[in-house]
Design a protein around this ligand. Structure first.
Ligand SMILES: Cc1cc2nc3c(=O)[nH]c(=O)nc-3n(C[C@H](O)[C@H](O)[C@H](O)COP(=O)(O)OP(=O)(O)OC[C@H]3O[C@@H](n4cnc5c(N)ncnc54)[C@H](O)[C@@H]3O)c2cc1C
Length: 374
């Protein structure tokens, strides 16, 4: 027989989106449980962990879990010749120590009163009861007033709650290793239709760690994403020699924009599960934190009032309109399929208006759009 327990809110997924919404709701006095199938959140990390200035300004991330600031972006065409170098007079990016940040967010959620159950897989939902399976195979049932799908780009909760699901996905892969130190911490981006079809390859060296990665449309990598990584490593600018042992990371990145239907009377979606990733930059860390705050407000209203209808205010369709420009630019980026066309794009990037446009994307003051407070 399965053990059964009750909670106000069951959060499925202990990434930053799930842990943040759990801490906020538990801090307001609600009974919150978070489950994640991983037994150790510091392993099998699925992000580079680049945080942009707006996130660093607006969220209290632990200083000792952030790498040195980066102010330089260098954009390389397929020939790797004549990069467009953008320098900012402000600290623009910092790379997070992701295992350390997951641990800090877990501590915050627990300190706020949430239960965090690792090694616990969500296996389905019906009539207010979530089926869970422990890492030892032991089943249990959680009766939850609301379920939060924070279970990533291929969300099972989205399917079970009959909500929208991500259809446009990039696939990303990277290697991480210790830096030998660098004079100028930099984010080198290679725009190459074969090595990173539809997106970009990167070398980020902040003086502490090096991240070498590629992301693009999976079906367009001629020999798969890890083969493209090897090819990129052979030519990548700014790449020091790699040790034999590196940490490997990878995963899907939703880039179709925020999904329209992200809530129902049973619960809602946050983070990648909701498609909360910038379609243009493929950054999801800022959006997942911001959207989790909006989700916590909606759930708090619903729990406090006893009216599940309060979740209607959590409406992806309304927010999605503000993404139109970025979705259109992502589509345009995806259309550049030959090295020649990419070189031509670089001719435009080298002009003053092209550089202004690039700066506004990489050093943006804008962040993930949320409804204005009423
Ligand atoms: C290679 C790569 C590099 C990236 N780099 C950056 C970057 O530098 N900056 C940036 O802003 N964004 C980046 N992104 C995107 C960003 O990492 C994500 O948008 C963000 O981490 C999403 O957080 P999340 O909490 O929604 O999901 P996740 O961090 O994916 O968390 C989902 C959690 O749900 C759990 N889970 C899933 N299914 C179940 C289940 N059935 N039962 C229990 N648990 C379950 C998983 O184990 C996981 O812990 C990158 C993505 C990739 C793939």
């Amino acid at each position: 027989m399965s053990a059964a327990w009750d909670t106000d809110v069951l959060v499925v997924g202990a990434g930053l989106a799930g842990l943040h919404v759990a801490a906020l709701l538990a801090g307001r006095g609600h009974a919150v449980s978070v489950v994640d199938k991983r037994t150790d959140l510091g392993r099998a990390v699925r992000t580079t962990g680049i945080f942009v200035r707006r996130t660093l300004d607006d969220f209290a991330l632990p200083e000792d879990r952030l790498g040195p600031p980066i102010r330089r972006v260098a954009l390389y065409p397929p020939s790797l010749r004549r990069p467009v170098v953008l320098d900012s007079d402000r600290d623009e990016f910092r790379v997070g120590d992701m295992p350390g940040l997951y641990a800090a967010f877990t501590d915050r959620a627990r300190e706020a009163g949430a239960r965090v159950l690792l090694g616990t897989r969500y296996a389905g939902y019906a009539d207010g009861a979530a089926q869970l399976v422990g890492s030892d195979g032991a089943p249990s049932v959680a009766h939850a007033r609301f379920v939060v799908g924070a279970d990533g780009a291929r969300s099972r909760v989205a399917r079970d709650l009959h909500l929208d699901r991500n259809e446009r996905l990039l696939v990303g892969a990277e290697e991480v290793f210790a830096s030998a130190g660098t004079e100028v911490p930099a984010f080198h981006c290679v725009l190459h239709p074969r090595l990173a079809p539809g997106y970009l390859g990167w070398v980020v060296d902040d003086g502490e760690h090096v991240h070498l990665g590629t992301a693009g449309y999976g079906s367009r990598y001629p020999d798969g994403v890890w083969r493209a990584m090897r090819d990129l490593a052979a030519v990548a600018p700014g790449l020091p020699s790699r040790p034999d042992a590196v940490e490997r990371r990878g995963g899907p990145i939703p880039v179709g924009g925020l999904l329209r239907r992200i809530s129902s009377p049973r619960g809602l979606l946050v983070g990648d599960a909701a498609g909360a990733v910038s379609p243009l930059t493929a950054g999801g860390l800022d959006p997942c934190l911001r959207l989790s705050e909006h989700a916590a407000d909606a759930l708090d209203d619903a729990l406090t009032s006893g009216d599940a209808g309060a979740l209607r205010s959590y409406d992806g369709a309304a927010l999605r309109r503000r993404f139109r420009g970025r979705v259109a630019m992502r589509r345009a980026m995806g259309l550049v399929r030959s090295p020649g066309a990419m070189e031509a794009t670089f001719a435009a990037l080298r002009t003053p208006p092209g550089q202004r446009a690039a700066r506004s994307i990489f050093f943006a003051d804008r962040s993930f759009p949320l409804p204005a407070p009423v």
